[in-house]
Design a protein around this ligand. Structure first.
Ligand code: AMP
Ligand code: ZN
Ligand code: FE
Ligand code: FE
Length: 273
C-alpha cells in the first residue's frame, strides 16, 4: 500500500483552526498514515495526538516549527523526532511564546498609534491554546471590522516592513539546530521556496541542518525537483507536508495532497541512530 506521510501540520496550539483530534480524523480520511504536528513554538498537541494516532492507526512523530533569523530574513526550521519533554527545549519554547505575547502587545500599541482601535483582549480571544501570532491579529482585525480582508491586514499593517510590523525574538539557525539536536531530534529547513536564496541555503547546510522540506504547497514541481537535487548532493534528508492550518488559510483541500512516502520517514529514523 502507498503510505503517505504529512510532516507539517498546525493545531490550535499555534495558528491552526483544529484541535489534534479533528485534525487526525481528517488526516485519516485523507489517507495519511504518518503525520507530524509542527506547531509554532509549541508541543502541546503531541501527547494527545500520539494517543489518538494509536487508536486511528496513524503514526505521530513529535514536531515543532521554529522561527530563526539570518539578518532581516526569517527562516523557519522544522524539528522532528526530539524528546518533547526535554527541559531545555521546553524552557526555550516557553521563552519564545512569552516573547510572542510581548510582540503582540507591541503590534497592538502600534496599531493604536495608527488610530486602529484593536485591543489585546480581542487578539487573545482568537488564540486557541498556545502561541500567539500575526494570523490571530489579522483575524481579530478582520472580525472586528478594522480591515477589509485578512490579506489586507498584512499588506497595510502587520506584514514585513509595514507600519505595525514587529520582529519576533531573534534566534540564529545554528542555535535552533543545537536546541533540536540536543533534544535528540533532526532539523529541516521549512519551505525554502518562499524566500531563501541559494547562498543562505548552503549556509544553513554548513551549520548542520539535517534536511530540507522539499514538498510544500508553495513549491512548484521545478522547485521540488531542485531541492531533491540538493538533498542528494549534500546527503541530506527530505521532508514534506501540507502546512495545513485547518482550512483557515485557503488550505481546505491540502490534506492528503502534499506528502512524502513512508520510505523517506524510515530514512530519517535511520539517521537518528
Ligand atoms: P508570525 O509567526 O506571528 O510572524 O506569523 C507568521 C504567519 O503569518 C505566516 O506563517 C503566515 O501564515 C502569515 N503571514 C505572514 N505574512 C503574510 C502575508 N503577507 N499575507 C498573509 N499571511 C501572512
Ligand atoms: Zn502557522
Ligand atoms: Fe512556516
Ligand atoms: Fe507551518
Amino acid at each position: 500500500m502507498d503510505e503517505k506521510a504529512d510532516l507539517h501540520l498546525h493545531t490550535v496550539y499555534s495558528d491552526g483552526a483544529l484541535p489534534a483530534e479533528t485534525l487526525l480524523q481528517e488526516a485519516k480520511l485523507a489517507g495519511l498514515t504518518t503525520v507530524s504536528i509542527t506547531d509554532h513554538d509549541h508541543t502541546g498537541a503531541i501527547d494527545e495526538a500520539i494517543a489518538l494516532g494509536e487508536r486511528l492507526g496513524i503514526e505521530v512523530i513529535p514536531g515543532v516549527e521554529l522561527s530563526t533569523n539570518v539578518g532581516s530574513l526569517e527562516i523557519h526550521l522544522l524539528g522532528y523526532f526530539f524528546d518533547h519533554r526535554n527541559p531545555k527545549l521546553q524552557d526555550y519554547l516557553a521563552l519564545f511564546r512569552a516573547e510572542r505575547l510581548k510582540r503582540a502587545e507591541r503590534i497592538v500599541e502600534k496599531l493604536n498609534e495608527l488610530s486602529i482601535p484593536l485591543t489585546l483582549e480581542a487578539v487573545l480571544r482568537r488564540v486557541g491554546r498556545g502561541s500567539v501570532g500575526r494570523p490571530h491579529i489579522a483575524t481579530a482585525l478582520l472580525e472586528e471590522g478594522l480591515t477589509g480582508s485578512y490579506h489586507e491586514a498584512f499588506l497595510k499593517y502587520i506584514g514585513f516592513g509595514r507600519p505595525a510590523y514587529e520582529e519576533k525574538y531573534q534566534i540564529s539557525p545554528r542555535d535552533a539546530i543545537s536546541l533540536i539536536s540536543e533534544a535528540g531530534g533532526l532539523s529541516f529547513i521549512a519551505h525554502p521556496g518562499s524566500a531563501i536564496e541559494e547562498s543562505v541555503l548552503l549556509g544553513l547546510i554548513k551549520e548542520g541542518v539535517d534536511g530540507i522540506e522539499v514538498i510544500h504547497p508553495s513549491h512548484s514541481m521545478e522547485r521540488t525537483a531542485h531541492y531533491r537535487g540538493i538533498v542528494g548532493e549534500y546527503f541530506l534528508l527530505a521532508s514534506g507536508g501540507s502546512d495545513f492550518h485547518g482550512g483557515k488559510k485557503g488550505d481546505r483541500d491540502a490534506l492528503g495532497r502534499y506528502y512524502i512516502p513512508q520510505t523517506d520517514v524510515d530514512i530519517m529514523r535511520h539517521r537518528l541512530h
